[in-house]
Design a protein around this ligand. Structure first.
Ligand code: NAD
Length: 446
């Protein structure tokens, strides 16, 4: 696979793709490693995760530069991502020693539970946030005592491969964390089908997620699914309109809109709709699209020519479109659409395209926000605390923010309602997704 810098179209690496037989060999290595990894004492496992975090810290700039080159991420984002990988490792380094069971009162003896690791976990990663999404699965899986095989996306394997090297440098035993670049239909499919893989953590499109869930059902294989989104940013007339409008563009255009949490539908109370649109346009006009290495750049390129073509197919008559470079690179301008009749309002675009529509009242806003098969994230802008709470409870989505657009913190749970996913990642309970509860009764009567 030729790996291309999306900002220059230069080939930066040539990566061999794993076939099904190679996946099988990796699963055998991971199963062998599981036998020893699960026996490593909680303190030693914690120390290894901390050593891995230190390796990431020492190589953070290298990882960030690699992500800029491979994925076109802006320098600010790429540095944040390397820091997030480090922090996620530190956070779950605290988990092995806290992976408690329970002692439950029963007559005639004692009843205790153990949180047992599952075995080999396959983590299938998309191209939009390669290193963070990989680590959200890898760190808690390893902490719980599982071994892991990562299949990065075809276009973006470089940071994943480097992270596997850093794990070895930190002292991880061979086979505990493996990264296998490969095609989804070949290596990804084999990981899902392999009876020796106990669980699949899949982040990617809802279409592929459904196929994986259907196949996994045949083996009752555990799955965590993090899928697509079409999230709403709901702006009420009583909100701080200047702040809501100024922050709305990057709530959808960050990472050039290639973000599952992108607030790609902005719903605005009708009485302030035109004022909001004017303010939004001013803010979008100021966004610089270009060289991701420049700290002033807000939007880098899209990931590939193919993806740019797909994004472009959603745009017919934009209300406003910014500027972007013309030369080599997969550039696409920040684009504002109005109206709810087109495909862009219903489907996930995964590019810098936002639809802005008016709503009548609170009930109307909730109805529009929920009129989608997705349910990943969203924002609510209002100064009325009661309304903020009512709307936050009524919107069918896993991650909501009020008067802000934050959604992912490694110490709080993350995941989707409806067709945006199944299960939760991150947060204090992530180990539950990588363990089985075993119940043991011990009779005390002789
Ligand atoms: P994709 O579904 O095409 O691919 C994701 C991964 O699955 C890749 O590694 C791919 O090689 C692999 N794959 C493809 N077909 C497969 C198959 N049949 N069996 C096993 N593996 C297979 O998604 P993408 O285009 O890489 O990523 C974009 C999508 O990911 C968007 O829909 C986006 O919303 C979603 N996403 C969701 C989250 C979340 O947390 N909810 C986060 C990031 C991205």
């Amino acid at each position: 696979m030729k790996i291309v810098n999306p900002a220059t179209e230069e080939v930066i690496a040539d990566i061999a793709l794993a076939d099904a037989a190679e996946v099988d060999r990796a699963v055998e290595r991971a199963r062998a490693a599981f036998r020893t990894w699960r026996e490593i004492s909680p303190g030693d496992r914690a120390r290894l995760l901390r050593a891995f975090a230190r390796q990431v810290e020492e190589h953070a700039e290298e990882l960030a530069q690699l992500e800029i080159t491979n994925s076109g991420h802006t320098v600010g984002n790429a540095r944040w991502e390397a820091g997030n990988v480090r922090d996620v490792l530190h956070f779950y380094a605290g988990a092995p020693e806290r992976n408690h069971g329970k002692q439950i009162p029963v007559p005639g003896g004692i009843d205790i539970t153990f949180q047992e690791p599952l075995g080999v976990v396959g983590v299938i990663v998309p191209w939009n946030f390669p290193m963070v999404i990989m680590m959200w699965g890898v760190a808690p899986a390893l902490a719980a005592g599982n071994t892991v095989i990562v299949k990065p996306a075809e276009w973006t394997p470089l940071t994943a491969l480097r992270l596997a090297e850093l794990a070895l440098a930190a002292g991880f035993p061979e086979g505990v964390l493996q990264v296998l670049p490969g095609a989804g239909e070949v290596a990804g499919t084999r990981l899902v089908d392999h009876p020796g893989v106990a669980k699949i953590v899949f982040t990617g499109s809802t279409e592929v997620g459904k196929q994986i869930a259907a196949k996994a059902a045949g083996q009752v294989k555990r799955v965590t699914l993090e899928l697509g989104g079409k999230s709403a940013n709901i702006v009420f007339a009583d909100s701080d309109l200047a702040k809501a409008a100024a922050s709305a563009p990057m709530a959808v255009f960050d990472n050039s809109g290639q973000d599952c949490c992108a607030r790609s539908r902005i719903l605005v109370e009708r009485s302030v709709y035109h004022e909001f649109l004017e303010r939004l346009t001013v803010a979008v006009r100021e966004l610089k699209v270009g060289d991701p290495r420049d700290p002033d750049t807000a939007l880098g390129p899209l990931i590939s020519a193919e993806h740019r073509e797909r994004v472009a197919s959603f745009v017919e008559s934009p209300y406003f479109q910014g500027e972007c470079p013309a030369g080599p690179g997969f550039w696409f301008p920040a684009t504002v659409l109005t109206g709810d009749e087109d495909r862009a309002f219903r489907e996930e675009v995964f590019g810098p395209v936002v639809s802005v529509v008016p709503f009548q009242d609170e009930a109307d806003a909730i109805a529009i926000a929920n009129d989608t098969p997705y349910g990943l994230s969203g924002s609510i802008w209002t100064r009325d605390v009661g309304r903020a709470l009512r709307v936050a409870r009524a919107v069918e989505a896993g991650n909501l923010s009020v008067n802000s657009h934050s959604s992912v913190r490694y110490w709080t749970p993350f995941g989707g309602f409806k067709q945006s996913g199944l299960g939760r990642e991150l947060g204090p309970d992530a180990l539950a997704a990588f363990t089985e509860t075993k119940n043991v009764f011990i009779a005390s009567e002789s």
